[in-house]
Design a protein around this ligand. Structure first.
Ligand code: RIB
Length: 297
């Protein structure tokens, strides 16, 4: 069983600021770092660190060497990544003193995912395998149709939530991992206490994992509801916390762990990521997660 993660790989330009800049304001950043990120790359690294066999699909520009190297150092298979002329996608991220962020994402025209690239990337995968997607690449609709035609299971992290999702065949998705904002967007339901049941009403076929920030996470699987709290830490940088959760949760499922254990490990891995700076760099190894879980008992 293999996971194909067809997703973004971004160079993150991360600025630490006292307060996130508001409309019309100019603020001086306290520091700047260039990091490896992208929801796709972060989730692949989290999956691989957590022990899952993962292949990264997607497009890298001429400056993408560090992104490929970061994936390979974490054991992610990179032979399906397609090189293109011009720069890779990038982000400008502000992180404030409380670890909160805001992210500006840019991918130029050359980073378009064609139907041909989808067919070529999915060719080695079949009914035993899973396709993981986020919402930073275009053409997710075709990726899902092609994966389903091959009998694959489709997992969607609809992040960032925007109108591009409206053209995606969400009824074909087997598992959603999403935060409260993405959940509200897809469910069309603002009341957080009703988002999970509204999502289940719309997508009864799917396993749903909804993360709720400081309130932890809830999961609905085969009609059973599970809850998991957070492990509180001093927040340094929340970037990639959700990606870490996604990678650890799915790796647990793939290993055949029970859902409560998948949720618990994902929650701890994500807490550790929040306590550290950066995106991919902040994702812990399983030994760190197990040690922290043992200490928390
Ligand atoms: O989820 C965090 C990621 O979102 C960052 O690494 C950034 O690249 C954006 O895609």
């Amino acid at each position: 069983m293999k996971i194909l993660n067809f997703g973004s790989m971004n160079l993150d330009y991360v600025y630490s600021v006292q307060e996130i800049v508001r409309t019309g304001e100019t603020v001086r950043a306290l520091s700047r770092k260039v990091c490896c990120g992208g929801k796709g790359l972060n989730q692949s690294i989290a999956l691989s660190k957590a022990g899952a066999p993962v292949w990264q699909g997607g497009l890298l520009g001429e400056d993408g060497g560090p992104l490929r190297a970061a994936l390979e150092e974490s054991g992610v298979h990179t032979e399906l990544i397609h090189g293109v002329a011009g720069p890779s996608s990038h982000t400008v991220i502000q992180v404030d003193e409380k670890g909160r962020n805001c992210i500006l994402f840019y991918a130029h025209e050359g980073l378009r995912v064609t139907d041909g690239l989808i067919a070529e990337t999915l060719a080695p995968f079949g009914p035993e395998d899973w396709l993981l997607l986020q919402n930073e690449l275009d053409n997710a609709a075709q990726m899902i149709r092609e994966a389903k035609a091959r009998g694959m299971k489709v997992i969607l992290n609809p992040s960032p939530a925007n109108e591009d999702l409206l053209s995606v065949p969400l009824g074909l998705v087997d598992c959603f991992l999403l935060n409260e904002h993405e959940g509200a967007f897809l469910a069309g339901e603002e009341d957080p206490s009703r988002v999970l049941s509204a999502l289940h009403g719309k997508f009864p076929q799917a396993l749903i994992v909804l993360t709720l920030g400081e309130k932890g996470s809830v999961c609905l699987a085969d009609g059973v509801r599970y809850e998991q709290g957070i492990f509180p830490v001093q927040a340094v940088d929340t970037t990639a916390a959700g990606d870490t959760f996604t990678g650890y949760f799915l790796a647990g499922l793939l290993e055949g762990r029970e859902i409560p254990q998948c949720l618990r490990r994902a929650a701890m891995a994500s807490s550790i990521a929040v306590s550290r700076p950066g995106a991919a760099d902040s994702i812990p190894l399983p030994a760190e997660v197990e040690q922290a879980l043992a200490a928390a008992e």
